[in-house]
Design a protein around this ligand. Structure first.
Ligand SMILES: [Zn+2]
Ligand SMILES: [Zn+2]
Length: 347
């Protein structure tokens, strides 16, 4: 039986936290149930999920639909797109049967790549190989205003862009994927062709196919900043999101403590891939203004331990101190802060 391999590459960077990642998880569930109802797809389509955040991982190897289980997606810092493309090449080499003079191999793999940002690793040479690779068909979808469309255009000729990485956009995308796979598996079964013809993408204002006239929206660097916090009470992990609010006037150092980031939510997470030594926040903590309360205990502020990690803390009045045990390193220390919401206290 010739397989129709489908690889789904998903961005699991921390900016996907909240609605975007939930929409992706829901999209996978919907895709799977739609394909299972299609007798052609059920017979031919095999599905794999590769995620890329801190690193690239094959969350599910190429699996027939009846056996496929939707993976739990674990977020991390970074967007390892280059690593994901390299992993894709390796997995295709290992999992897809090539045609030879004697044997008809599998159908050309269909690859759907979804991202909301810019790669944080070396991606260029892998992208150039992808563009030249005629043994697979890759569709890239960029969601949200931080997506670098030029990056995606270097990977494939078929790029779709959505204005937001939200439920509405991602539902449309996954619906189209399932319709395309269903049509594809039917048509290859009839014609025996190795190349898949995709459904026409149903464009609208929120999501459209990128062409020569599509301009790259201006990307504002570090529009969001994420702190990797733990709750001092239950030691559980959460992401604290800050969004740029003030206008930048000549470098962070020149701001003189003026707040330019505001709290944009806290997100409790059971699992999170910690960044490597070079990871973590890339702006000075001085510019982070008041954040949102700890999602576990309601503590209003956050503080940085001398170990360099951040955690929640109750409000501390000017001139007062508080004794806390860091949930990361278990060191008990006195935190003194003129402003409880700004890090740098402790030891
Ligand atoms: Zn807490
Ligand atoms: Zn610590």
């Amino acid at each position: 039986m010739r397989k129709l391999p489908i690889y789904i590459l998903l961005d699991t960077s921390e900016s996907m936290v909240g609605e975007p990642i939930q929409a992706v998880e829901q999209g996978l569930v919907t895709l799977l149930s739609a394909l299972r109802k299609d007798p052609y797809a059920l017979e031919m389509a095999h599905l794999s999920v590769i995620t890329f955040g801190t690193a690239a991982k094959q969350a599910v190897p190429l699996t027939e639909l009846s056996q496929f289980q939707t993976p739990k997606l674990i977020l991390g810092s970074g967007t390892s797109l280059g690593a994901a493309l390299e992993l894709l090449e390796k997995r295709i080499a290992a999992e897809v049967t090539k045609s030879t003079a004697e044997v008809k191999g599998d159908y050309k793999p269909l690859v759907f790549l979804m991202t909301d940002g810019e790669p944080t690793d070396r991606w260029e040479s892998a992208a150039d190989r992808m563009m030249k690779n005629r043994s697979l068909q890759l569709v890239a979808i960029g969601c949200g205003q931080d997506t670098n469309l030029n990056t995606l255009r270097r990977i494939t000729e078929l790029v779709i862009c959505g204005t937001e990485a939200n439920q509405e956009t991602l539902t449309k995308f996954f619906k189209w994927v399932s319709a395309s796979v269903a049509t594809a598996s039917q048509s290859v079964d009839k014609t025996g062709e190795s190349r898949i013809t995709l459904e026409k993408f149903p464009q609208d204002d929120a999501i459209k196919v990128v062409d020569e006239t599509t301009s790259q929206p201006k990307i504002e660097p570090n529009r969001f900043v994420f702190l990797h916090n733990k709750c001092v009470k239950n030691k559980k992990f959460y992401l604290q999101k800050f969004a740029k609010s003030g206008s930048k006037t000549g470098g962070f150092l020149g701001l003189g403590g003026k707040e330019v980031y505001k709290g944009a939510g806290t997100f409790p997470l059971d699992d999170f891939e910690q960044p490597g030594a070079d990871g973590g926040i890339s702006v000075s903590t001085d510019v982070l203004g008041e954040g949102n309360p700890c999602p576990y205990c309601g503590n209003e502020g956050w503080a940085m331990c001398s170990c360099g990690k951040t955690h929640c803390t109750p409000a501390v009045k000017q001139g007062q101190t508080i004794t806390l045990t860091c949930p990361w390193c278990n060191t008990t220390d006195t935190y003194a802060s003129s402003n409880f919401s700004v890090g740098g206290g402790g030891g």
